[in-house]
Design a protein around this ligand. Structure first.
Ligand SMILES: NC(=O)c1ccc[n+]([C@@H]2O[C@H](COP(=O)([O-])OP(=O)(O)OC[C@H]3O[C@@H](n4cnc5c(N)ncnc54)[C@H](O)[C@@H]3O)[C@@H](O)[C@H]2O)c1
Length: 286
């Protein structure tokens, strides 16, 4: 089945990037959000990303207009019935995702392919809530989507091999580099990256190095600390190995809203220029 129209459900941080790269690759894109406000905000992110490209001379105004003309926003799930591929990019919560897949199942043609952008939840569990388990895959994009080449394409034990191939070809058609994985929690990247991040925090807790020295030694990426904590909990539940358990320091930071760059504070206070390490996190009271 040729993929012409892509449905993107949820146009937050990741969904807006995914909708953008699909429209840039020539697909018609229908984006669904829960409210007009959120829809407008999500589509606005795409508009401003492209506008910056025009300002910098990387994108022409014509190209920007052409990409935007392929995007359609809606709050009605029924509008997703016209799509050949549906990419779910809603909040990382299995109940929410289950509800989305069941509603899409009723609204979409039986041959439409369903994909989830989940970082850590089970594709198999989502697939099993639909009447088309063989047509469900993971398409795990990375942040920021327009700039990151990597996409993990995930196969559950129920996925039809032909659908897995189609999903891989689709990722390539976006100009991305697909990495194929089976549905084991964390897939390839988080399976390796999350224990690495937790080890860095343990190293800080144990006094191996200062925040700056650990940071300079190991170049960090932009995963939020709340996301790291959430994925770690799920991986720990799955594997019961201590190295997947979130360190108490991380839990306290998430409880305190210190989620990292996006929250303005994490291991650094980003309000300062240059960002100042939050040494108080690991200092005993005087
Ligand atoms: N943030 C990252 O770095 C990152 C990286 C890779 C994968 N992911 C995964 O991508 C998914 C989305 O993450 P995000 O960071 O974009 O979250 P986000 O909170 O920015 O966006 C989620 C959006 O989904 C919307 N939504 C919720 N229920 C919906 C529904 N029923 N229909 C339509 N929209 C709905 C919300 O209103 C919100 O705008 C999660 O599964 C997350 O694990 C995130």
């Amino acid at each position: 089945m040729a993929i012409r129209t892509v449905g993107v459900v949820g146009v937050g941080l990741m969904g807006s990037g995914i909708a953008q790269v699909c429209a840039e690759a020539g697909y018609r894109v229908v984006v669904r959000e829960v409210s007009d406000d959120l829809l407008e905000k999500g589509l606005g992110k795409i508009e401003s990303f492209l506008a910056k490209g025009v300002e910098k001379g990387k994108v022409t105004a014509e190209r920007k207009a052409e990409v935007l003309s392929r995007l359609e926003g809606t709050t009605e799930l029924g509008r997703m019935g016209q799509c050949d591929l549906l990419i779910e990019v809603v909040t990382e919560n299995i109940e929410t995702k289950r509800q989305v897949f069941q509603a899409l199942d009723a609204a979409c043609r039986p041959e439409a392919i369903f994909a989830s952008n989940t970082s850590s939840l089970s594709i198999t569990e989502m697939a099993a809530t639909t009447k088309r388990p063989s047509r469900v895959v993971g398409l795990h994009f990375f942040n920021p989507v327009p700039l990151m080449k990597l996409v993990e394409v995930v196969r559950s034990p129920l996925t039809d091999p032909a659908v897995f191939e189609e999903a891989t070809a689709f990722a390539k058609s976006l100009g991305k580099t697909p990495v194929r994985a089976s549905d084991k929690t964390g897939f390839v990247v988080n399976r390796l990256l999350v224990p690495y991040l937790l080890d860095a925090i343990r190293a800080l807790e144990e006094g191996v190095g200062s925040i700056v020295d650990i940071d300079e030694g190991m170049r960090l990426d932009f995963v939020g600390l709340d996301t790291t904590y959430f994925i770690a909990n799920i991986m720990f539940e799955e594997f019961r190995e201590k190295r997947f358990a979130p360190p108490p320091l991380l839990k306290r930071m998430v409880q305190a809203g210190l989620h990292g760059r996006k929250a303005g504070k994490g291991f650094y206070d980003y309000a300062q220029e240059p960002p100042r390490p939050m040494n108080s996190l690991v200092q005993a009271p005087a």
